[in-house]
Design a protein around this ligand. Structure first.
Ligand code: BGC
Length: 754
């Protein structure tokens, strides 16, 4: 670098430093763009290749088509082979297995004019073959190393099966349990959602792409898809920019910062403009504010869907809107395929815009090393050795038991006593495998799943008599099986009843208007409780349920979500006390559907709840409080919190405040607790939620042991988008709360000074 340039750079850095320190001094923070260092060698190759490409070949790179799934494995749709040969497709999804992807790659590399390799994508949401808990369930572990490990295994198994790219993580904040896709995300909270988003991105993408064992992550669905009106999938989203930025965008920013190389647009509209044609989201925020260097793919045919949305009259206009908004790749809609070259020829879309899209896609193909070795991810031998390796099953069992939440445990019903002579295992999900791998289970084979009955037999079978009866189906009205179930129940010391939802009742296009147990399952539980025996309800479901009667009347309740391949073993570990449950709810469980949306970080209102005053914010027929709050989960031991204090009673912008609290295991078993720190900003230039999660630690303590935990807070942690839509921490009083759930009572006040 010559001296002049050096001085110029120095001056710029100096100005940046001054601006930054001025910003910190005034409590103003920016969402600093991700620092990206592009590789000059790769950039040069991308440009050289781009210079050789026709407009049709460029559009080809921007086109993603699906393959199908036949009984024997994935197959290609009629006509797509020709499209690959003509260079009109740059990426394929739902094609997997090392052998099949190798075949398709060969066509792209050997039979097209430029030999550009294909990119293979797939929805590896919670495991490829070894299936992990559904993401919402796994989020209940609040255990980042475990979550990262699960994504790592998923990435590894996907990579050896020829895949380069997973359409995960889904980082949509979800506050309405009617929406079936709550199952795919990390729940209701932006802070927890952000840490989990980062852990999943790191897990999928691994350390780097030098080894062929990492897959590209895709943060989806950008943005605000989780706020569909009335919880109905694909429905309208309308929210203030402040809520968008404070609540719905942080996990996306966290995914971008963690290095996610791709983003997927969402189906919904936002403030009248569908996300897939939304320049504000895709260009202004994602690229310009956040400096995202990767490419953006649409969701399935979401360009085409802008016609029924009513924002454009036809698909050609839809293509123009998307590409100008910042969409690089069209998933399955064939709109770019059919119209983009003409849009360029007609001068409606500058070719430079197309070039930039193609650059972003080619850059990633080079980065993955596909030009040097297009088959590096497709390795049949490695595939055989890797898929469902014993270590992967062990990782799955570990994450699965960490995801279980103990919601109730009256009279220490659990863990099951060693003197238990007989167990009645009842319920439509007790001897089931197909539902237990949950929705979006990629190439998972439910036959490989350990059912609850198998898990219980393996763990207790040698010492305890186990009698099984199904009782009823998940979603039918037939009660003829109740009699046999009750007969089995009557001869047992303890009743375990596995009830919940079908896997297909959550996930895409699976919204429900009620949140109770489907069919006659609750009646079955009621009859079992009427026997007077201890009844342990094992819930299996993809969303928060409303189960007030069960909450009041069961002896114990375990929320086990859909735990995947190792479900039965993991639940048995917890039933036996081999693992002491440590999960905490990532989403509020309502008492009834009428309370929805109910989440912990609501606003106070001008008339906060007062039982003695009619004209306050409440219902006539149900409390405001949920059944189980966010962050809630019991253990077989007990924990106490004390001595909450801060390093100073006030602090300034630029300083770090230490928050200390003593956590003690007050019970007689070793166990883990997720200690949570919440903040309330008492007065803001815009109103602030009654509580916001700002930190947590998952801590293991031996029985009787205590530990002082230290959290660190800076002004930036207290910042929010103000009336001018600037991200700023405002001076004033803040209450801090520490405890085991979002209802934590222990508090201390601190002041942030100008
Ligand atoms: C879903 C996406 C998914 C895509 C590809 C869409 O219907 O909304 O989450 O990645 O299909 O399978």
């Amino acid at each position: 670098m010559n001296a002049k340039k050096y001085l110029k750079l120095g001056a710029l850095l100096g100005i940046a430093y001054l601006l930054n320190s001025f910003a910190v001094q005034s409590g103003l923070f920016t969402d600093a763009p991700r620092p990206v260092k592009l590789n000059d060698r790769i950039e040069h190759k991308v440009d050289s290749l781009l210079a050789l490409m026709t407009i049709e070949e460029k559009v080809g790179q921007m086109t993603l088509f699906t393959s199908d799934w036949d009984v024997t494995g994935p197959t290609l749709r009629a006509g797509y082979k020709d499209d690959i040969k003509k260079g009109r497709v740059g990426a394929i999804f739902n094609a997997h297995t090392a052998a099949f992807t190798r075949d398709l790659q060969r066509i792209a590399v050997e039979e097209t004019r430029l030999g550009i390799p294909l990119l293979f994508g797939y929805d590896v949401i919670h495991g490829y073959k070894t299936i992990f808990p559904i993401p919402l369930g796994e989020s209940a572990s609040w255990d980042m190393p475990a979550i990262e490990a699960s994504a790592r295994v998923a990435g590894l198994e996907a990579a050896v099966s020829g895949l380069h790219w997973t359409f995960a993580p889904m980082v949509d904040i979800a506050r309405d349990p009617r929406w079936g896709r709550v199952a795919e995300g990390a729940g209701e909270d932006p802070y927890l959602g952000s840490v989990i988003a980062a852990a999943r991105v790191k897990g999928f993408q691994g350390k780097d792409f030098d080894n062929a064992d990492a897959v590209l992550a895709c943060a989806k669905h950008y943005a605000a898809y989780g706020a569909a009106q009335a919880g109905r999938d694909y429905h309208t989203v309308d929210m203030s920019e402040r809520v968008l930025r404070d609540v719905y965008l942080p996990p996306f920013k966290a995914a971008a910062d963690a290095g996610a190389w791709t983003f997927m647009t969402s189906f919904n509209e936002l403030d009248g403009v569908p996300a897939t044609g939304n320049k504000f989201l895709l260009t202004d925020i994602l690229r310009n504010e956040w400096g995202f260097p990767g490419f953006v793919v649409t969701d399935y045919t979401s360009i085409n869907e802008m016609v029924p949305h009513g924002i454009v009259a036809n698909e050609k206009d839809a293509g123009e809107l998307s590409v100008l908004a910042g969409v690089d790749m069209d998933m399955q809609g064939a709109v770019y395929y059919a119209h983009l070259a003409n849009l360029v020829k007609e001068g409606r879309v500058p070719e430079s815009i197309v070039d930039n899209c193609v650059r972003r896609i080619l850059r990633i193909k080079f980065m993955l090393g596909l030009f040097e070795n297009p088959y590096r991810f497709s390795d049949t031998d490695r595939e055989k050795r890797t898929i469902m390796a014993p270590a992967h099953l062990e990782t799955a069992r570990d994450v699965s038991r960490k995801s279980i939440v103990l919601l109730k445990n009256e009279k220490n019903t659990l863990p099951l006593s060693k003197s238990t002579k007989s167990i009645a295992l009842i319920g439509p999900l007790a001897d089931n495998k197909s539902e237990l791998i949950g929705s979006w289970s990629a190439a998972g084979d439910s036959k490989q799943c350990v059912s609850l009955l198998e898990g219980v037999r393996t763990r207790f079978g040698t010492t305890t008599k186990i009698n099984y009866a199904k009782g009823c189906d998940i979603n039918k009205s037939d009660k003829s099986g109740f009699k046999a179930a009750l007969a089995v129940a009557k001869s047992a010391d303890v009743i375990l009843v596995a009830v919940g939802e079908e896997a297909g009742m959550s996930g895409e296009a699976a919204s429900r208007s009620s949140l109770g147990l489907p069919g006659v399952q609750e009646d079955l539980v009621r009859d079992l409780v009427a026997t007077g025996k201890p009844v342990v309800v094992v819930l299996m479901n993809g969303r928060p349920l409303a189960i007030p009667w069960i909450a009041d009347n069961a002896s114990a309740i375990l929320e086990t979500w859909f735990l995947g391949t190792q479900a039965g073993n993991a639940i048995a570990d917890v039933l036996a006390g081999d693992y002491n449950p440590s999960g905490k709810l990532p989403m509020t469980f309502p008492r009834n559907v009428g309370q929805v949306p109910v989440f912990y970080s609501m606003k106070n209102t001008g008339r906060p709840f007062d039982a003695n005053s009619k004209y306050t914010s409440k219902y006539l027929d149900t409390p405001n409080t949920p059944q189980y709050p966010f962050g809630f989960g019991l253990s077989y031991t007990t924990f106490s919190y004390s001595g909450l204090k801060t390093s100073a009673s006030s602090f300034r912008y630029g300083e770090t405040l230490e928050v200390r609290v003593t956590l003690k295991n007050t019970g007689s078993r070793d166990g883990e607790e997720v200690a949570q720190l919440y903040v309330r900003d008492l007065v803001g230039s815009v109103t602030r939620p009654v509580r916001e999660l700002k930190g947590f630690q998952k801590v293991f303590l031996k029985a009787g042991e205590s530990k002082e935990l230290v959290f660190q807070l800076t002004a930036k942690d207290l910042a929010f988008y103000n009336q001018k839509m600037r991200f700023r921490a405002e001076a004033g009083d803040f209450d801090l709360f520490a405890g085991g759930d979002s209802d934590a009572k222990l508090s201390v006040r601190v002041q942030l000074l100008e």
